[in-house]
Design a protein around this ligand. Structure first.
Ligand code: ZN
Length: 64
């Protein structure tokens, strides 16, 4: 999947734009560039990214 591929918001049909978004997960915070609807604020997180980040965060927790 190309990073430049155009995505449209399912909600309002606006073209999504890439934005740096901060996530909170298991009391950890990290930021990632994701596609976000400029109109309604919906964020599209690619499955690969979501799964990759969860694994990464869990690995960090197990280390401690
Ligand atoms: Zn929208």
């Amino acid at each position: 999947m190309s990073e430049e591929e155009k995505w449209k918001c399912r909600c309002c049909g606006c073209e999504l734009s890439k934005r740096q978004v901060v996530f909170d997960y298991l009391s950890l915070t990290f930021s990632e560039k994701v596609l976000r609807c400029p109109k309604c604020g919906r964020v599209l997180i690619p499955k690969d990214l979501a799964v990759g980040k969860m694994v990464e965060v869990e690995a960090q927790l197990e280390d401690k």
